[in-house]
Design a protein around this ligand. Structure first.
Ligand SMILES: Nc1ncnc2c1ncn2[C@@H]1O[C@H](COP(=O)(O)OP(=O)(O)OP(=O)(O)O)[C@@H](O)[C@H]1O
Length: 269
């Protein structure tokens, strides 16, 4: 892979640098090489999307970035600009990971509590983010009283309330219906443009990656590495109506071409 293709623009400082990253899982009966030689640079405040065939190691890569997977080869550097000791990364999963026994407010405030933030301050902050995701009226509700989309909103409010440098999102809207997904994409973009977090976002949905990302990477079939990085050179703010159709379609076709070769590879294995 041509290194220059992956580098962020010279005007953007890098936030994440992964070099030669590899991961092999060892189980009792087998060894699974999930990632091999992943080289990737993500810019500070960039919205970066990762696409790839199922099982190519996207989640593994996110988990390495988050520190959840600590045994791997190669190097990962995350250069946070913060000096206040707050969280560097925060994961948002497809299965939202909210606590059923806590109210919505306490779910959103949970990370802040773990960081030792006092009750009044953490509740204020949690309420601010609940308002931003349109859940202010549900602060005292419990997760079982919410729809799937609302639960995912809680997870997003919690991630932003935690105020990490880097948000790592693993197919957060993967199981939602199309309309809910669109609404949440719009809310996510609005939160991102307000807070300017660096985001690494895994998805199987090409249109979603193009709607959200500044750039996107297509990964190869397992063992996953970066096949190609593409710029999503479309104006922001992006709404369905504002994205130029021709550019969108051209990019979607190009990504599909790259991806389908790899999907075929993984099917042939
Ligand atoms: N804890 C583990 N132990 C053993 N093998 C694992 C483990 N986690 C993942 N794998 C294997 O590593 C490979 C990559 O998995 P990973 O979940 O990272 O892929 P993915 O691209 O995120 O997949 P999907 O798109 O289907 O979610 C797969 O073959 C998977 O079975």
């Amino acid at each position: 892979m041509d290194e220059t293709v992956q580098e962020v623009s010279s005007t953007v400082s890098p936030c994440i640098r992964a070099r030669g990253v590899g991961k092999t899982y060892t189980t009792r009966s087998d060894e699974v090489e999930a990632l091999k030689d992943v080289d990737l640079t993500v810019g500070d405040q960039e919205f970066f999307c990762l696409l790839g065939p199922s099982g190519c190691g996207k989640s593994t890569f996110l988990r390495i970035l988050s520190g959840l997977v600590s045994e791997y080869t190669g190097t990962v550097e995350i250069s946070p600009s913060r000096t206040d000791g707050g969280s560097v990364t925060n994961m948002v999963f497809q299965e939202h990971g909210i606590f059923p026994w806590k109210t919505v407010l306490n779910n959103v405030a949970f990370g802040l509590k773990m960081d030792g933030v006092g009750k009044q301050r953490r509740h204020e902050k949690a309420r601010t983010y609940l308002e931003k995701v349109d859940l202010a009226d549900f602060a005292d509700a419990y997760p079982h009283q919410l729809s799937g989309g609302m639960k995912q909103r809680v997870a997003i409010a919690r991630a932003f309330a935690n105020d990490p440098e880097v948000l790592l999102m693993d197919e957060p809207f993967g199981v939602l219906d199309a309309q809910t997904k669109r609404n949440l994409q719009t809310e996510l973009l609005s939160l991102w443009s307000e807070t300017k977090k660096t985001v690494v976002y895994v998805t199987h949905d090409i249109e979603e990656a193009i709607t959200l990302g500044d750039r996107l990477a297509v990964m190869t079939a397992r063992p996953g590495s970066v096949k190609e990085v593409l710029d999503v050179d479309l104006p922001r703010p992006r709404t369905r109506g504002s994205i130029p159709t021709d550019e969108f379609t051209t990019l979607r076709e190009r990504v599909w071409e790259l991806l389908s070769e790899e999907v075929q590879q993984s099917v042939n294995r």
